[in-house]
Design a protein around this ligand. Structure first.
Ligand code: ADP
Length: 300
């Protein structure tokens, strides 16, 4: 996949505070990309540079394979972290206005607004004033206002924060549908389970530096110990390829492999020693553990 977005050597300071230090990475097209990092890491600064709200001190952004231009904004969607809608306007009017801003005719914007409200189980609120919506409802209206124009690249800053699990699932499903249609999404989130559930690729930023970058499975493998989870009938034989074994509560075993032993060699040794294996899989480090390790230790 060609990158839909490339950050090239971005550096930005606010006075004494260095918010980004020489940050470079690509976002491939047609994926859901997780942008991770602790508070104050520099994520919003990066997003604001992409959206042309602020200028970097050095570096460049390429969008859709071209140096970033204002005209690209029509093809970008953005849900900022600060939420806010015009309180006295009606839901349908606000959404129609956002659609028209992105170049839809008013009739088409209205049609899409109604369809998206239905999809988000908010069809009955179309003539409500914004102020009547609960916080979560308002958030869904704002998400729908961004997604309804089908932007080729969409940046969502913590879209699920404050939503209940049913609505979190609904929003993640919408992002999955975007991916199925070849559209690209950048998801800034503090919910690591969402990253494991839906992201193809991640970048972890800390103190203005890119610390971790890669496909989610590949990153998880990179930070994992040489461990495998094994389900077996009966007991497990002792073999030199396994350094230690720990029985887990559900009856499986977690095995730490001996130095330099590949998983398939350990499996062959166990079977050779008479084990009746029913399940055998690598134990991948959770993204949350990787996040904590990298941020606490300050090194990737
Ligand atoms: P994140 O979005 O990851 O929480 P930010 O990009 O908002 O991080 O902030 C990165 C750093 O830059 C922080 O130290 C923050 O205090 C600082 N910062 C952000 N915006 C401004 C600003 N307008 N003026 C001064 N410092 C800022």
């Amino acid at each position: 996949m060609l990158p839909v977005l490339a950050f090239e050597g971005l550096t930005k300071s606010y006075g004494e505070t260095v918010a980004l230090r020489d940050v470079s990475f690509d976002v491939p097209g047609g994926q859901i990309f997780g942008l991770l990092g602790p508070n104050g890491a520099g994520k919003s600064t990066l997003i604001r540079i992409l959206m042309d709200i602020i200028r970097p001190d050095a570096g460049a952004v390429r969008v859709f394979g071209e140096p970033r231009r204002r005209a690209h904004l029509d093809r970008l969607g953005y849900l900022p972290e600060e939420r806010g809608l015009y309180k006295k306007l009606k839901v349908g009017e606000v959404m129609t206005y956002f659609g028209a801003l992105k170049g839809l005719s008013r009739a088409e914007a209205r049609r899409r607004a109604l369809a998206w409200l239905e999809r988000l189980e908010l069809g009955h609120t179309v003539n409500w004033k914004i102020e009547r919506l609960s916080k979560g409802m308002g958030q869904k209206v704002q998400i729908a206002s961004v997604l309804m124009t089908d932007p080729e690249l969409c940046v969502l800053d913590e879209p699920t924060t404050g939503l209940d699990p049913i609505n979190v699932r609904l929003v993640l499903d919408l992002l999955g549908e975007r991916r199925a249609r070849g559209l690209s999404t950048i998801l800034s989130t503090h919910h690591m389970n969402e990253v494991e559930a839906i992201c193809d690729r991640v970048a972890l930023i800390d103190r203005g530096r890119l610390m971790v970058y890669g496909a989610v499975d590949e990153v998880r493998r990179r930070y994992s110990l040489p461990e495998v989870r094994v389900g077996a009938r009966g007991s497990l034989p002792v073999v030199p390829q396994v350094a230690s074994a720990e029985r887990e509560t559900n009856g499986t075993w977690k095995l730490l492999l001996a130095d330099g032993v590949a998983a398939d060699a350990a499996l062959a040794a166990l079977i050779g020693a008479g084990a009746a294996i029913e399940r055998f899989e690598p134990v991948l480090a959770p993204i949350e553990d990787i996040f904590l390790r990298v941020v606490r230790e300050g090194q990737a």
